[in-house]
Write a new protein. Structure first.
Length: 299
């Protein structure tokens, strides 16, 4: 009697995801985000990233910050949404801050390519560069500026939100990837003529909290960070940063003893002659920060 051949086993077929199930990491983040009570990040009201590019940019940044690890990205996004729901950063922009404490300490500048109207019309993120400037050398009183931690954080967050607004994320038309993301900001911290040459508990507390908040709530928004006119004694800040900031971000930090050479650092920008647009005290040919920059309202 002839033996019948047993049917060959077939590899199990992968089931197609159901319409309500996330099929990609970014869709998984979106599925979580839409269940949160707070719908906004950086001025973008989150929507389906498959059809809404501003949301794709925001959620992809959280994935990029965590090297594609969805669990870690979701945890960071959760902390951001919780924090924004509590602090309401967009409302902080509208507040007025004490001039004696914060006047002249923070600015945002925006530099466009030579054809500014065309750059704005095209909404091209590579045709602009955004800077935040923290002029810590202008602090008049440590106790006044840093003594009230919540007040300092609110002012510092307002400055950052003003810079993020200049990225025009809610109207962005170009999605990002893990390797291409022009929606980022230069940060400059200037310690020229700084008066607090000893580690102050108030300064350390403000620095620690600022670094912690920014590392959590503003991932992948830093292009490069320059610490200029840095006194050696301020080295303690780098130790704090290493506790909260990813190693790949630390690589973007550049200490400089002479701020007059800053303009030479931007030869690779797609904004022509970017360095020349900076204020003269930073090696450029532009107007002073007070004239060309803006910051949170003070009086």
């Amino acid at each position: 009697m002839a033996e019948t051949e047993a049917p060959k086993a077939e590899a199990p077929k992968a089931e197609a995801p159901k319409p309500d199930e996330p099929s990609t990491p970014i869709q998984e983040l979106w599925t979580y985000a839409k269940s949160h009570s707070h719908p906004e990040v950086w001025g973008v009201v989150l929507q389906d990233p498959a059809t809404h590019i501003p949301s794709q940019i925001v959620l992809q940044k959280y994935l990029n910050a965590n090297d594609g690890d969805v669990v870690k990205a979701r945890d960071q996004l959760t902390k951001t949404l919780d924090w924004r729901a509590k602090l309401q950063p967009l409302e902080l922009i509208k507040q007025t801050y004490n001039e004696a404490k914060f006047g002249g300490l923070g600015y945002v500048t925006k530099y466009l390519s030579s054809d500014e109207k065309a750059a704005e019309a095209a909404n091209d993120p590579e045709a602009q560069e955004i800077f935040t400037w923290n002029i810590y050398g202008g602090v008049k009183s440590i106790d006044e500026t840093f003594g009230n931690l919540d007040e300092f954080i609110n002012w510092r967050v307002a400055l950052m939100e003003l810079a993020v607004q200049e990225l025009n994320l809610p109207t962005a038309t170009k999605p990002i990837t893990a390797d291409w993301d022009p929606y980022k900001i230069f940060q400059v911290h200037d310690y020229k003529s700084i008066s607090f040459l000893r580690q102050s508990p108030a300064v350390k507390s403000a620095s620690t909290e600022t670094i912690r908040v920014f590392a959590t709530a503003y991932p992948e928004l830093l292009k490069e960070k320059f610490f200029i006119n840095v006194p050696v004694i301020m080295g303690f800040m780098y130790g704090i940063m290493k506790l909260f900031v990813a190693p790949k971000t630390i690589k973007k930090f550049h200490p400089m003893s002479n701020g007059g050479y800053l303009a030479k650092e931007f030869t690779d920008s797609k904004v022509p002659a970017l360095g020349e647009k900076l204020p003269t005290e930073y090696g450029g040919k532009g107007a002073a920060l007070k004239a060309q920059g803006k910051g949170p309202t003070v009086q």
